[in-house]
Ligand binder design. Structure first.
Ligand code: 0WD
Length: 256
C-alpha cells in the first residue's frame, strides 16, 4: 500500500530524539524505507548515532550537510548518488533564525537576520530540490516542515513566520516545475512540538496551551503523528497530491 519498502529516503534535520525528523525517520523505518541521514553539527551526529543504536534503526548512510553552503549540499547529494544511485524521497526538516531576531518586535528584524532565516529555512529547500532531482530518476516525493505562522501572525514567531511563508510558496513553485519528472513537493504544517528549535520561540508555552484548550482535538500533536502523516505524504497513498500544505495540528488552523 505504501510502496516505501527498500526505497532510499534522505532525512535532513535530526538534532536529537525530540526532532520532528526523528519521528519521520521512525515511521519510515517501520514502512521499510532505507534511510540516509544528514546532520549539521557534530553534536547532532553523536546524538543521531546514539539514537540509531538505541532504537534499532539502521542508517544506510550518515553524511554532513550544511544547507547554508551550496558546495556542502552538492557534495552531499553527489556522494549519495555515488553510494546508492537513485533515491526516492527527501525530508527537509530544517529551519534557523538568530535568537535575537526571535525576540522583541518583528519591525526590528535586522537585514542580515532576515536574510539568514530565509536562506536557512526557505532557500535551502530550493537548493536541496535542485541537488536531489537528478537522483530521483524514478520520481518520488520531497517534504518540508512548515508552521501556521507562515500565514497568520503568531506572536513571537516573527522572522520565522516570514521564512515559512517563503518556504510554502517555494513548495508550490518547485512542485510546478518538478512534477513533470514525477516528483511531488509538499509541506506539512505541524502543530507546536517541544523540540530544540522550539526553545527559540518565546511564546511557545502559550501556543502549546492554546492548542490544548481550543483545537478541535483538544490536544497537542505528537512527533509520531507528524511522522505518520509524513510517511503518508511520501508514500504511494498521496501519489495524486503535490504543491500542498497539509496540516497536522489537531485542527487548530480551522479556527477563526
Ligand atoms: O513546534 C515545532 N517544533 C515545529 C517545528 C512546528 C512546525 C514546524 N516545525 C519545523 C521547524 O521550523 C523545522 O523546519 O520543523 C522542522 C524541524 O524542527 P524541529 O524538529 O523542531 O527542530 P530541531 O530538532 O531543533 O532540529 C532542527 C535542525 C538542526 O539541528 P542542529 O542542532 O544540528 O543544528 O535543523 C537543522 C539541524 O539539524 N539545521 C540545519 N541543518 C543543516 N544546515 C541548519 C543548516 N544550516 N540549520 C538548522
Amino acid at each position: 500500500l505504501l510502496q516505501l519498502k527498500d526505497k532510499y529516503v534522505v532525512i535532513m534535520g535530526v538534532a536529537n530524539s525530540r526532532s520532528i525528523a526523528w519521528g519521520v525517520a521512525r515511521s519510515l523505518h517501520e514502512a521499510g524505507a532505507k534511510l540516509i541521514f544528514t546532520y549539521r553539527k557534530e553534536r547532532s551526529l553523536k546524538k543521531l548515532n546514539k539514537l540509531l543504536e538505541e532504537q534499532g534503526v539502521q542508517a544506510e548512510l550518515v553524511l554532513p550537510c550544511d544547507v547554508n553552503e551550496d558546495e556542502s549540499i552538492e557534495q552531499t547529494f553527489k556522494q549519495i548518488g555515488e553510494e546508492v544511485g537513485s533515491i526516492y524521497g527527501v525530508v527537509h526538516s530544517i529551519a534557523f533564525a538568530h535568537a535575537e531576531d526571535l525576540k522583541g518586535d518583528f519591525i526590528d528584524t535586522s537585514r542580515s537576520g532576515f536574510a539568514y532565516a530565509q536562506d536557512t529555512s526557505a532557500y535551502s529547500l530550493v537548493a536541496v530540490t535542485k541537488a536531489a532531482r537528478p537522483l530521483m530518476t524514478e520520481g518520488g516525493a520531497i517534504l518540508a516542515m512548515s508552521y501556521l505562522g507562515a500565514e497568520r501572525v503568531v506572536g513571537g514567531y516573527n522572522v520565522m513566520g516570514v521564512a515559512k511563508a517563503s518556504l510554502e510558496a517555494s513548495v508550490k513553485y518547485l512542485a510546478s516545475e518538478v512534477g513533470q519528472s514525477g516528483i511531488r513537493v509538499n509541506a506539512i504544517s505541524a502543530g507546536a512540538i517541544r523540540t530544540l528549535s522550539a526553545k527559540g520561540v518565546g511564546s511557545f508555552n502559550t501556543i502549546l496551551h492554546e492548542i490544548e484548550e481550543k483545537s478541535p482535538l483538544r490536544k497537542n500533536v505528537t512527533q509520531e503523528e507528524v511522522g505518520d502523516m509524513s510517511m503518508a505524504m511520501l508514500s504511494h497513498l498521496s501519489r495524486g497530491v503535490t504543491g500542498e500544505i497539509v496540516y497536522v495540528d489537531s485542527g487548530y488552523n480551522i479556527l477563526g
